[in-house]
Design a protein around this ligand. Sequence first.
Ligand SMILES: C[S@@+](CC[C@H](N)C(=O)[O-])C[C@H]1O[C@@H](n2cnc3c(N)ncnc32)[C@H](O)[C@@H]1O
Length: 197
Amino acid sequence: MRQFVVVGHEVPAAAEEISLEDLPGAGRLDVLCRCVNSAFFLSHDLRESVRVHLVVDGYVVRFEGSELRRLNPDERSTGALIRDALAARENAIGAMEANPSPGVYVGSGDLGSTLEALGEDHTVIQLHEAGDPIAGIDRPSKPAFVLSDHHSFTEAEEDLLEEHAETRVSVGPKPLHADHAITVAHNYLDTDGYAEY
Ligand SMILES: C[S@@+](CC[C@H](N)C(=O)[O-])C[C@H]1O[C@@H](n2cnc3c(N)ncnc32)[C@H](O)[C@@H]1O
């Protein structure tokens, strides 16, 4: 299982503030949509052994690859899944998430609670352009990559990552968009470290 955590710093939890006609205007929800699509889509196929956590304004929207039924490659429909999940956030009770669509869950949470849960059985890896080269790390069987959206991680988030992440890793010398960094991380693992094609 590969997991990806993406922090959306400006996406509102209030679904009524999200217009599918203007995903960038909803706190750059378009960035999160592209991250979800990069994490799951192959050409004409979907990666089932992937989980994505979107950290948004006190809630976490979780996508479960093995259960997803309504994910399509266009950003707008992914935006609709996220908006509908946030609209169902009041149905989450305590630790029990709401499940408004197959493979899509929403519950209360933040980066700290997400990293704490992941750290129990996954290797938490911060993706950062200034990190150690990915080619130099031992390839974990259960990686959980943590990315930011179009903003840098805040100081408080960096502190949490310091506490929970095993390492900070770069996928290349150039600063990339978060969705592109996800594609490179997948490619690195798919090829067993660029060794098998
Ligand atoms: C658009 S970047 C964030 C830009 C932000 N202004 C900053 O400087 O951190 C989005 C995310 O993609 C990931 N990322 C971008 N370039 C990367 C690289 N070369 N290696 C690893 N991760 C990268 C990081 O997680 C980053 O937070």
